[in-house]
Design a protein around this ligand. Structure first.
Ligand SMILES: [Zn+2]
Length: 123
């Protein structure tokens, strides 16, 4: 990957980080709203639950973006951290914070889905 590409991805990642930070700040506000009305409280609880789930996803995404920026600085960007194969430019264009190539990502996702389903069933 050449310097120009690195620069382009860094700009994309910085913009993404900015956007995530902003959304998360807005969500914080939803989470602290209180109401004495029962129905409103139930609605808020639903919103809050959704907000918490989104926040988890966003904060995870924020971590990924931060790590991708660090990999740019270390000159390791664009290489799968699992199998060390180059990540395809098409994938990086769609997911600039991608840490894994498509194959490794799919492996991780299938593992994670199993974990994500369990607490839902328990609830
Ligand atoms: Zn890989």
């Amino acid at each position: 990957m050449n310097q120009a590409d690195m620069k382009k991805y860094r700009a994309l990642l910085l913009a993404k980080r900015e956007e995530l930070t902003k959304t998360m700040r807005q969500r914080d506000e939803i989470c602290i709203v209180r109401s004495s009305d029962e129905i409103e409280r139930i609605q808020l609880a639903g919103e809050r639950e959704f907000a918490v789930l989104s926040m988890e996803r966003e904060s995870e995404n924020l971590t990924q973006v931060g790590e991708a920026l660090r990999r740019i600085d270390d000159g390791e960007y664009g290489v799968c951290i699992e199998c060390e194969e180059p990540i395809s430019p098409k994938r990086l264009a769609a997911v600039p914070w991608a840490a894994y190539c498509l194959q490794c990502q799919e492996m991780h996702d299938s593992k994670r889905t199993v974990h994500a389903v369990e607490p839902l069933i328990a609830a």
